[in-house]
Ligand binder design. Structure first.
Ligand code: EPZ
Length: 420
């Protein structure tokens, strides 16, 4: 297994451009199942989760052509309406093939995604929405069996603004009979990007980014097409990771390739802590801001503070003046980075879903272990500022969601080496 050797503390400088967003790419790849005509996507990030999704689509009979980072997907002959446990268990976003499969073929067999390191991650909100649209759903031997002659448009109200459920139901609504309204829909920028992708193909979608999304269904025989390739939005979570790295090292860097509005809550929190950040058209400029002061935050659905930036923010708070509190409201087990950060000298105590962080003067390098994708990022951020060398193990977690992370950090002057 690969590991990263990181030597700190080290200031950063220069500009880094983030890749396309993993959490927009995955639903958009699943949405390719909806269309007979080829789907062209530009500049798709080379991530393990993206390869897993592409493998899943190929296992269903879709043809995938790659040229560099551009891909063309031909879903004209889907031969296998089964999303196998072997693939689904490695990546929960595989469940996003359920809605489009049901919409276009009236049938789907998708392995229950099962939990993952950060929580149980049920799909009850996905399934109850599909049932309200007329799908017959059974759970048998760990598989979701769904059938429906043709889905009916419906007025749905989600019990929680689940990102995945909103995406699955948006895709299911594309060929439903009549219009579908999704109330209490997730508002994440990745939802807006999925909507823009569907609109790019001619689908009528309104309200994405608000709590009320309206989709007008058409007959499955409708031949949607899109002449030009679609470019996915920049990865705001990757951007937040670099912005926090810049602030932790009192550096002057630019982070580009994303839209600043997608990180409003993070940028506002960092500015309240004393971070000096200039917004640019395609990113932000981070200015040397010295030692920041702690804050009290809690994660929430967009536009609240994103749970995917919680671990990275905790790493920063370890080196702030004073105490901070982070309450994790989205996932039930998303503090696995805490014991690993403590090995570098961080002072963090947990009480239920709240973490109390006491700022310390300095951190010291140590061997640490990645446990999940965003926890891995937090460990790198801490290691970049810790005195001496850190050895970060199990970086396969990182490779799921960050493209060329060590190369990007090296490009900013950091001392990061990957060793086999
Ligand atoms: C998406 O996961 C993201 N993944 C996650 O990013 C992100 O943390 C999450 O949204 C929240 O923003 C992708 O987009 C591929 P949810 P998703 O459905 O769709 C509960 C990363 O690091 N819930 O909004 O699974 C669920 O258990 C990943 O990139 C139900 O109870 O998130 C969780 O506690 C991690 N029933 C909460 O809602 C359901 O049917 C949020 O889940 C669905 C969800």
């Amino acid at each position: 297994m690969d590991k990263l050797l990181v030597t700190g503390p080290h200031r950063l400088e220069g500009t880094v451009k983030v890749s396309s967003a993993k959490n927009a790419t995955l639903p958009i790849l699943a949405a390719a199942l909806l269309f007979e005509t080829p789907v062209r996507l530009a500049d798709i990030p080379k991530l393990n989760d993206v390869s897993t999704m592409l493998k899943l689509l190929e296992s269903m009979g879709l043809k995938i052509e790659r040229s560099g980072k551009d891909i063309t997907i031909d879903a004209s002959h889907v031969s296998n309406l089964v999303a196998d446990y072997a693939l689904v268990k490695t990546m929960r976003a595989s469940v996003l093939v359920l809605g489009p499969m049901l919409a276009r073929y009236g049938k789907a067999k998708v392995s229950l995604p099962g939990g993952c390191a950060i929580g149980a991650r049920p799909v009850d909100i996905h399934l109850s929405g599909l049932e309200k649209m007329g799908a017959k759903i059974q759970i048998e031997q760990g598989y979701i069996l769904a059938e429906c002659e043709r889905l009916q448009g419906a007025n749905l109200t989600l019990s929680f603004p689940s990102v995945g459920a909103t995406e699955n139901l948006m895709m299911a609504a594309v060929y439903a009979d009549g219009e579908t309204i999704i109330e209490n829909a997730a508002r994440e920028p990745e939802i807006v990007d999925l909507a823009n992708f569907l609109i790019h193909f001619g689908v009528s979608v309104e309200g994405a980014g608000t709590s009320r999304i309206r989709i007008v269904g058409v007959s499955p025989q409708k031949k949607y097409s899109a002449p030009k390739p679609y470019r996915v939005i920049g990865d705001r979570i990757e951007a937040a990771t670099f912005i926090i790295a810049g602030l932790m090292s009192n550096s002057h860097i630019k982070v580009t390739g994303f839209e600043p509005w997608t990180l409003d809550s993070v940028l506002e929190t960092l500015e309240k802590m004393g971070g000096k950040i200039n917004r640019l058209a395609d990113g932000v400029e981070v200015l040397p801001s010295g030692r920041l002061k702690g804050a009290v935050i809690e994660t929430a659905p967009f536009p609240g503070f994103p749970t995917d930036v919680q671990a990275q923010m905790m790493a920063l708070m370890c080196l702030c003046d004073g105490n901070s509190v982070i309450t994790e409201q989205i996932f039930e087990n998303r503090f696995m980075h805490v014991p690993e950060l403590a090995r570098m000298g961080c002072k963090i105590s947990l009480k239920g879903n709240a973490a109390l962080i006491e700022g310390v003067e300095a951190l010291s390098g140590a061997p640490v272990m990645c446990t999940d994708l965003r926890a891995s990022a937090a460990l790198i951020l801490a290691a970049l500022q810790a005195k001496g060398q850190s050895e970060i193990q199990r970086v396969y977690h990182l490779d799921r969601g960050y493209e060329d992370l060590e190369a990007k950090f090296k490009g900013l002057g950091a001392k990061v080496e990957r060793v086999k």
